[in-house]
Design a binder for this molecule. Structure first.
Ligand code: SF4
Length: 217
């Protein structure tokens, strides 16, 4: 998996732990084995959703994922509800934001080591900066870009329009068939906050899980 050698070396130089897997199944097995008996927050990631991590992790962790429904305690047992509608996510976002472990993917990963994410609610970008024992970034090979500028270009003009399409947003990027970002001011705009992790936040542990498959947007 030579395609990951440069980004792996740079991320490790910057202080991230890095693991590399040939496929999503192997990475999912690794995460399932590594995360046990913890509270776990998951951002709105199609990568992590596609890997089935919610169902795998909730059998031996407490998992906060708005795409799958937040847990509530009923008669002493945790019960997971239906996927949480946007207007009712605030409390679950907070629980996810301060869980022991946080899982997210990225919108662009530069081979030079910068990690870029763009968010509408800000829950994911905030949660990847602070408040956890450990953050895992789970990254398919399609998220890789040669340098910061191209990773930013990918995040803004590839990942964000595709995510807007997934949400069926009333935005010009969706009307164009996800051709590019129009830096819109539509009420449905999903691109409000952007983070660039230049180095791991002080006092936090990070692991970047690189997977040699196209995953998510
Ligand atoms: S800023 Fe607007 S046009 Fe650009 S990707 Fe986001 S929602 Fe689409």
């Amino acid at each position: 998996m030579d395609k990951f050698s440069k980004v792996k070396a740079n991320l490790e130089k910057h202080g991230y732990k890095v693991s590399v897997f040939a496929d999503a199944k192997s990475a999912a097995d690794y995460l399932d084995w590594s995360i046990d008996g913890k509270s776990v927050g998951i951002g709105g990631s199609m990568t992590i959703q596609g890997m089935g991590m919610f169902d795998r992790l909730r059998s031996h962790n407490v998992v906060y994922s708005h795409l799958n429904g937040f847990p509530t305690e009923q008669n002493g047992e945790l019960v997971y509800g239906a996927p949480t509608p946007p207007d009712h996510r605030a409390e679950g976002f907070k629980q996810a934001a301060f869980a022991d472990i946080y899982l997210a993917s990225v919108n662009g990963l530069a081979e030079t080591g910068e990690i870029i994410n763009i968010d509408g609610y800000g829950n994911r970008v905030a949660a990847t900066l602070f408040g956890h024992e450990k953050v895992y970034f789970v990254v398919g090979r399609n998220k890789l870009a040669p340098d910061y500028d191209s990773a930013l270009e990918r995040a803004r003009n590839v990942a964000s329009p595709k995510n807007a399409c997934r949400k069926n947003a009333a935005t010009p990027c969706v009307a164009s068939g996800a051709a590019r970002c129009f830096d819109c001011s539509a009420p449905d705009r999903i691109c409000c906050g952007m983070t660039v992790l230049l180095r791991p936040s002080i006092g936090m542990e990070y692991e970047v899980v690189l997977i040699d498959e196209d995953l998510g947007f």
